[in-house]
Design a protein around this ligand. Structure first.
Ligand code: ATP
Ligand code: MG
Length: 259
């Protein structure tokens, strides 16, 4: 399952939420977090991987292998982006982008894609539109509790609809009771409070969801809901498949014995 986090507005909390949810889910299923912001990604800081040699940029430009570009933070697989000036030398090789999508599909139960804001060709969301498979087919929109935040969220939903990308729902973040978002936004999945402790994760390079805070509590409820909807269903299907296989094997054994 590939799940993207996006808003055309910057700074709404996409990286914070995507990175922390990915980390939470890595405890339950094989999960990878991909920082798709190839010009200004901050996912590396969140996981203390700023010095990673191989990045999404070097992979997409053909200078690194895909496996070399996969780092780990505990059980979570992580692909980071290059946020040095060298990022400007990135060439997105479409064949490599498609190979990335296919490999992630095959090797991980959950793929969390942290998308950059904006509507540019350098945004993997848009550069993948002509491929056989888009980088994201299911999207969560992260909205900021402010008037421009809500206006940009409505624009983002309209844009995703035009691109035929399924919007799973909206997370209202940095909630401080500023707007009457309930009156205009449909499908609000969670409301996450403004919480100064969120900043700590950039200093400590530890996901905030590990720490006790108002924000972490609400975010873990959301991650748990996502786990139930997406993982349990898949696991149930896998278990049913395994059971069917076992029953078939028992059946075959019986036939053997009778013969
Ligand atoms: N609920 C919150 N309470 C307080 N601060 C928050 C909250 N969520 C995010 N922040 C802070 O807001 C800033 C932007 O967060 P983040 O980098 O996750 O946003 P983003 O949408 O990924 O930004 P960009 O568009 O640049 O990729 C960070 O300093 C982060 O710590
Ligand atoms: Mg970000």
């Amino acid at each position: 399952m590939r799940l993207g986090f996006y808003n055309l507005q910057g700074g709404t909390g996409k990286t914070t939420i995507a990175g922390n949810i990915a980390y939470y889910l890595s405890d339950k299923a094989k999960t990878i977090y991909v920082d798709c912001d190839i010009y200004a990604g901050s996912g590396a800081i969140l996981f203390g991987l700023e010095n990673a040699q191989h990045t999404l940029n070097s992979y997409l430009s053909g200078n690194s292998g895909l496996n070399d570009s996969i780092n780990h933070y505990r059980d979570l697989a992580v692909i980071v982006s290059d946020s040095t000036p060298n990022a400007f030398n990135t060439d997105i090789d479409q064949k490599r982008l498609l190979e990335l999508i296919e490999t992630l599909n095959e090797n991980y139960d959950i793929v969390i894609l942290d998308l950059p804001p904006n509507i540019t060709e350098g945004n993997l969301l848009f550069s993948s539109l002509n491929l056989e498979e888009k980088v994201v087919s299911k999207m969560i929109v992260v909205a900021e509790d402010s008037i421009p935040g809500i206006a940009n969220t409505l624009k983002t939903i309209e844009l995703l609809y035009a691109l035929d990308i399924d919007v799973v729902g909206v997370i209202v973040n940095k909630y401080r009771d500023i707007t009457n978002f309930e009156e205009v936004l449909e499908d609000v999945m969670a409301v996450l409070p403004y919480d100064e402790k969120v900043e700590l994760q950039w200093v400590e390079a530890v996901p905030i969801i590990e720490k006790k805070s108002k924000f972490s509590r609400e975010l873990s409820y959301l991650a748990e809901d996502l786990a139930e909807v997406y993982i349990q269903k898949d696991l149930a299907a896998l278990r049913a498949l395994k059971l069917a296989k076992e029953l078939k094997e028992i059946g075959l054994k019986k036939v053997d014995e009778e013969e």
